[in-house]
Design a protein around this ligand. Structure first.
Ligand code: HEC
Ligand code: HEC
Length: 333
């Protein structure tokens, strides 16, 4: 055996011993029907879509065919078992690469327009095409993805059934948006407490936390409304280094007042969606509450709503208990 052969053999053994980390490919274990009505607590209209369109989007969401080498699906980074969030600080994309930001939950995104931490997509349908072409995520192009879909008779039939015509970029985006828009989360004990005045739905600690959120905590100022988000952009200082914030929303609008601003995320489903923040820098809800207790992270453009909060350890525990209660889902009644 020559030295060259030995070399190749040992390289082969090495790659067996160190297999490249591959994104997971979660299976679709969601209920058969996703429901056309909003769970208690949410308001608004789900974007209209036919059943065939939703079914097509659902299939595409779990199918790695959208990625260049068949290794990554949307669900790889938006895992149903993790509230359709990533579960790690940065998610694994194609070829062992990691995303630059934390993969957010997809819950209740159908009720909002602007998508992404910096709001760079104006609709769910526009958003859906971005990961396909992102070199770190699915590493393909919309054109190539459509060509791969075109080789499948089943997908051709599914597009025909959904749209009465062949796949194109607009239909691909619409189908994915139809499915993603139906991933809802609400009907928590907090909703029951608020809607039905059901006092017993929350424990004493959880009620104290809700009160803190609404008063001294000032959380409601940005995490207000049925989805606990104003869908606006604020600078909380997450990601700021030595007082210098990341560009954030400013990179999209070019406006200096948008420096360091990111989209307010929902507070629903947090028990499933750790780690938190656009850079996944906070691992637990206790860490998040500590972050706000200290007034966010200091920088020149910090949101005026943020300042150190007078809070006892007990208040902090109550606030966490409230956030956890918001994560629980009640059965139908
Ligand atoms: C490799 C990981 C990865 C894959 C694959 C991926 N995403 Fe994402 N997704 C992310 C990250 C990271 C963000 C946040 C990006 C940002 O804001 O800069 C995101 C953001 C989103 C958002 C915006 C949510 C919000 O709160 O604004 C939606 C919707 C979404 N993804 C849907 C999809 C769909 C549909 C697919 C498949 C076509 C997909 N994603 C594939 C990682 C991924
Ligand atoms: C000035 C507006 C504002 C206020 C006030 C505010 N938040 Fe936030 N919150 C945000 C923004 C914006 C983010 C995303 C920050 C980032 O990642 O850059 C965020 C992120 C979070 C997250 C992470 C969610 C996730 O999925 O990553 C939690 C939890 C949270 N806030 C809870 C609270 C609590 C509890 C309070 C009150 C103590 C509060 N917030 C007050 C705007 C605000």
């Amino acid at each position: 055996m020559g030295a060259r052969t030995l070399w190749i053999l040992s390289l082969g053994l090495l790659s067996l011993a160190l297999p490249q980390e591959r994104p997971k490919l979660p299976l679709d274990s969601l209920p058969e029907s996703l429901g056309e009505t909003l769970p208690a607590g949410l308001e608004g209209e789900l974007p209209p879509a036919g059943q065939a369109e939703i079914a097509l989007g659902r299939r595409l969401f779990f199918d790695p065919v959208l990625s260049a080498d068949g290794s990554v699906s949307c669900a790889s980074c938006h895992d149903p078992a993790r509230g359709f969030a990533g579960g790690e600080r940065f998610s694994l994309g194609i070829g062992g690469q990691r995303t630059l930001r934390n993969s957010p939950t997809l819950f209740n995104r159908g009720l909002a327009e602007r998508q992404m931490w910096d709001g760079r997509a104006d609709s769910l349908a526009a958003q859906a095409l971005l990961p396909i072409a992102d070199p770190r995520e699915m590493g393909s192009s919309v054109e190539d993805a459509l060509a791969r879909l075109g080789r499948s008779k089943e997908y051709a039939a599914a597009f025909e059934a959904a749209f009465g015509g062949p796949a194109n970029p607009e239909r691909l985006g619409r189908a994915l948006a139809a499915f993603v828009g139906r991933l809802t989360r609400a009907n928590s004990p907090v909703d029951r407490f608020r809607i039905e005045n059901d006092f017993a739905a929350l424990s004493r600690e959880e009620r104290a936390g809700l009160w803190f959120y609404e008063s001294r905590g000032r959380c409601w100022k940005c995490h207000g409304g049925p989805n606990f988000s104003d869908e606006k952009f604020h600078n909380t200082g997450v990601g700021a280094v030595e007082g210098v914030p990341e560009p954030g929303r400013m990179a999209i609008t070019g406006l200096s007042q948008d420096r360091g601003r990111f989209k307010t995320p929902t507070l629903r489903g947090l028990d499933l969606t750790a780690p938190y923040m656009h850079d996944g820098s906070l691992s637990t809800l206790e860490d998040v509450v500590r972050f706000y207790r200290e007034g966010g992270r200091e920088n020149a453009d910090l949101a005026p709503e943020l300042a150190p909060i007078e809070m006892t350890d007990e208040d902090a525990a109550h606030l966490v208990a409230f956030l956890r209660a918001l994560s629980r889902e009640l059965g139908a009644r």
